[in-house]
Design a protein. Structure first.
Length: 330
């Protein structure tokens, strides 16, 4: 005797089988989704396991990877990182060179067999197709586009940093680093206020050589943003198109008025500018509105933010203490 399809027992059995099939399908879809995560900045990458063999095409990505405990297998112009980024965190000598930042060596990169490549959109977007054939390539934005009048790289750092951490499986390290940055900035802001330097007018610059003179950073640069976080009054606004800085020659530095110049340690042979008779006659020099910091990197991640904020704070506190000692000695 056959059971009719309309029989209650048969209907219950069919429904149960359909439900089990649906549950298995949902479980499979969840497994596939878990195996293929997507992270997007200027470009998107899809990954199933954390990337361990990473190539960094710029020094900021190099810094962020190292601060997350990931040593890149290849870096563009590693010696430049050691000089201009100031080698914090330290880049091991064993890391392979992969060409110039503007023109990375695709053959060398391919030979390293990376599972992730990180670079800038403004510099590497034209190479994205070629790079992506080697490994998933994550590009991010450093400088504002013409229509982005309010873009601040500082505001983008947490998202960039967390995205890199997601792809490399170092989310906990990123969370701890960002929390440390937040706490340290609050402490240094408190130190500035306690010294009655809140709203003190400042501008940050560094000599970069190559005939450029003094590189001066704008209000929306990392330096300008950090000054704001510290409760300082950042003064310089003018920047080059598509950048967050400009360059001034000695004869143009008279444009500094009513500002304190925070000057980074000289990494180039620019003693001739400081030794010039014109330098000593500049308003910020004559009025003792200048203080120095160690060499700093102006485009990095949380480590660069904390180094710069600490350097600004210590520079200003030492400057004020020196002025007070001088006044007491009179």
């Amino acid at each position: 005797m056959r059971t009719s399809l309309n029989h209650p027992a048969c209907l219950n059995s069919c429904l149960l089988q359909a439900l089990l099939l649906l549950l298995l399908l949902c479980s499979a879809m969840k497994t596939i989704a878990a195996q293929n995560e997507k992270v997007c900045l200027s470009t998107c990458v899809t990954y199933s396991t954390p990337a361990k063999r990473v190539v960094a095409l710029n020094w900021s990505a190099t810094e962020m990877l190292l601060s997350l405990g990931i040593t890149p297998i290849g870096v563009a112009q590693g010696n430049g990182y050691r000089k201009w980024q100031s080698n914090h965190p330290e880049l091991p000598d064993t890391v392979a060179e992969v060409g110039r930042r503007q023109e990375p060596d695709l053959v060398t990169i391919a030979q390293l067999k990376p599972d992730l490549i990180i670079g800038y959109d403004f510099r590497h977007a034209r190479l994205h197709s070629a790079l992506s054939k080697i490994a998933p390539t994550l590009l991010y934005q450093q400088f504002p586009r013409p229509e982005q009048t309010n873009f601040r790289y500082y505001d983008a750092i947490p998202h960039i940093f967390i995205s890199i951490a997601q792809v490399t499986g170092t989310q906990e390290q990123a969370k701890n680093k960002l929390e440390s940055m937040k706490q340290q900035l609050a402490q240094w802001r408190s130190d500035i206020a306690a010294a009655e330097l809140g709203n003190h007018p400042v501008t940050y610059g560094k000599f970069v050589g190559m005939g450029y003179g003094l590189r001066v950073f704008g209000q929306q640069s990392l330096a300008g943003s950090i000054a704001k976080e510290l409760g300082l009054n950042y003064q310089w606004h003018s920047v080059l198109p598509g950048k967050d800085f400009t360059h001034l020659q000695l004869e143009q530095m008279g444009e500094f008025s009513n500002t304190h110049l925070i000057l980074a340690d000289n990494q180039t042979n620019n003693e001739r500018m400081i030794a010039s008779p014109v330098w000593s006659q500049l308003a910020f020099v004559k009025n003792h509105q200048i203080s120095e910091t160690p060499a700093l990197w102006s485009f990095g991640g949380p480590d660069s933010v904390m180094r710069m904020a600490q350097a600004f704070t210590e520079s200003l506190l030492e400057w004020k203490a020196a002025l007070e000692r001088k006044e007491k000695a009179l």
